[in-house]
Design a protein around this ligand. Structure first.
Ligand code: NAG
Ligand code: NAG
Ligand code: NAG
Ligand code: NAG
Ligand code: NAG
Length: 506
């Protein structure tokens, strides 16, 4: 026995501490609103690659896809990604792309060694230079996209091709054609635009430099078309112009920013433990703070801040983790932090496809789909401040006024959402006005012994799955008046306090 006695004391002490449940208290400010998010706060994206492959399994008239999408309405549906800048709209051609050829390359890309850890742009499709060839979006595909978006109650945010150039300037003629066609089809009221995908990464990806000043001019040109031109502006008065989309919003070239982009970690290397590592979760607020500082510097604080293209990992997501139970930690924490830090919209990359898709190519809703659904139903736009006595960063607590319309909770209700990253259960006590009141708990645990990599999630012990293509499982809260709420080990969930009577939520 070579260890000195006091070492044993320390080790045993820690174990005892872990074994008995620790108490955490959280105090929700019921008097002040920190920030009000957009109704479409939780929004989703899809890559134009799905259009390139003429939808794959994403049949826009499928009742199942529509039902899953409606569950998340209202939301923005951002169509953007690398392939936005090689998409050309063609109203006259009926010819879709050579799908077989594209598909072979595309579907094999997951197995090939396309992944390059030095790349700091979106690697959601194969990175070979061949993939940077233009492809056509037909009028029929545009019709399908618009009809789908409108049917499910979403708003389209379409990323226009900024690599169509005329000399130094953006060549807007293809965008004009798309707009004219959209006016004729009456799509304009549901249509918002972006210009270019991560233009600051062009240098790296295709050896093309689009200077920020020029990009600014290109945005002004688009702004003029949508908002001032006599022929278009009256049709696009509702349309938002979002941008510029940028991967690296500050001049801080610290390695951590490169590494992060808007994602937390590198998909191929992510380990299960990273998903519950508070240091990794805390990287996002550090970066968001830098973005806010820049926005303040340029005097645009009044503009809504959108967080586009966000997933748990870049490089297509971490196989067997991002689309499993583990993905929920990063996703829920990001939703909490981004709201607290004043974002209006957070767009989940992606709704369909990829390791981080809310639904997979097999149309199977991932645990994050159910988490997003509950978030939509229970979490309202008014963000509240929460103070906790947790020093470890491992119990993370957020609160909003409850969303009322779908939940049917009364005015004044408060929704608290909590992550317990500890490998042991914890006990949470809310501030005194809330602690004694009735609580409706919706707790997410892995369905199977697979734990983190479980493809099914339980809410209050009930497995979440569609009952048929369009019928959702009924989710019942666990009702308790206990002052201390037990948070199971490494898990997360929502607590609604229907009788909170919070002044700011009335
Ligand atoms: C798409 O779904 C619709 C409605 O279920 C069906 O009629 C149509 O055949 C499907 N299209 C394809 C290509 O599977
Ligand atoms: C659209 O397709 C037609 C027929 O394939 C072709 O003649 C025309 O040049 C295309 N237009 C654009 C803008 O690519
Ligand atoms: C795509 O088409 C545009 C317009 O024809 C052209 O300027 C551009 O070089 C093409 N891009 C690629 C990658 O082929
Ligand atoms: C055009 O669309 C809007 C909503 O998007 C709808 O209210 C209006 O009735 C439509 N107009 C026509 C002529 O279909
Ligand atoms: C990038 O483009 C420049 C000119 O536009 C050229 O001189 C240079 O060789 C290119 N670099 C690569 C790696 O292709």
């Amino acid at each position: 026995m070579s260890l000195p006695f006091f070492y044993w004391m320390v080790i045993i002490g820690v174990e005892l501490l872990e074994a008995s449940m620790l108490d955490i208290s959280a105090s929700v400010d019921l008097e002040n609103v920190l920030h009000i998010t957009d109704e479409r706060y939780l929004s989703v994206t899809m890559g134009p690659t799905v259009i390139r492959h003429n939808w794959g399994n994403f049949n826009t008239s499928s009742a199942k896809i529509q039902a899953l999408a409606k569950g998340l309405a209202p939301a923005f549906f951002r169509i953007g990604g690398n392939e936005a800048d090689i998409l050309i709209f063609n109203r006259t051609t009926g010819v879709v792309n050579d799908i077989d050829k594209d598909w072979a390359q595309y579907s094999s890309s997951d197995d090939t060694d396309w992944y390059d850890e030095d790349l700091d742009y979106d690697t959601s499709f194969t990175e070979s230079k061949d993939s940077w060839t233009n492809f056509t979006m037909t009028a029929r595909q545009w019709d399908q996209l618009n009809t789908f978006t409108k049917t499910v109650g979403w708003n389209l945010l379409f990323d226009l091709n900024v690599l169509l150039r005329k000399g130094q300037e953006w060549d807007s003629s293809n965008a004009l054609e798309l707009m004219a066609y959209s006016i004729r089809q009456n799509y304009t009221q549901n249509l918002n635009f972006e210009l270019g995908n991560e233009p600051n990464a062009f240098q790296h990806s295709i050896n093309y430099t689009l200077a920020p000043v020029q990009l600014g001019k290109d945005f002004l040109q688009l702004h003029y078309l949508l908002k001032q031109s006599s022929s278009f502006s009256r049709f696009f008065s509702h349309s938002l112009l979002v941008g510029p989309d940028t991967t690296r919003p500050t001049s801080d070239h610290a390695k951590v920013i490169d590494y992060l982009r808007k994602y937390y970690m590198n998909g191929r290397q992510a380990k299960a433990a990273d998903f519950v590592n508070p240091e990794i979760l805390d990287l996002f607020p550090q970066q968001a703070a830098r973005v806010k500082a820049v926005i303040k510097e340029v005097g645009l604080e009044y503009k809504p801040l959108m967080l586009g293209e966000t997933g748990s990992c870049w490089g297509g997501g971490a196989p067997h983790l991002s689309n499993r139970y583990a993905g929920g930690f990063l996703w829920l924490d990001k939703l909490g932090i981004a709201a607290r830090m004043g974002h209006s919209v957070v767009m989940r990359q992606t709704f369909y496809e990829g390791n981080y898709g809310l639904i997979g190519t097999d149309l199977f809703p991932s645990p994050d789909y159910w988490l997003s659904l509950l978030y939509k139903i229970l979490v309202g736009t008014r963000v509240l401040h929460v103070a906790t006595d947790d020093k470890s960063g491992r119990v993370r607590v957020y609160a909003h006024c409850t969303a009322l319309s779908r939940s049917h909770y009364p005015k004044g209700s408060v929704t608290v959402y909590v992550l317990n990253l500890h490998t042991s259960p914890m006990q949470l006590t809310l501030n005194s006005v809330l602690s004694s009141k009735m609580k409706h708990v919706y707790w997410f645990t892995p369905h199977s012994h697979k734990g983190f990599s479980s493809e099914y999630v339980d809410i209050n012990g009930k497995k979440m799955e569609l009952l048929d293509d369009v019928i959702f499982p009924k989710v019942m809260p666990k009702i308790t008046t206990d002052v201390k709420i037990t948070l199971p080990q490494t898990s997360f969930g929502f607590i609604v306090i229907p009788e909170a009577d919070a002044p700011v939520c009335l």
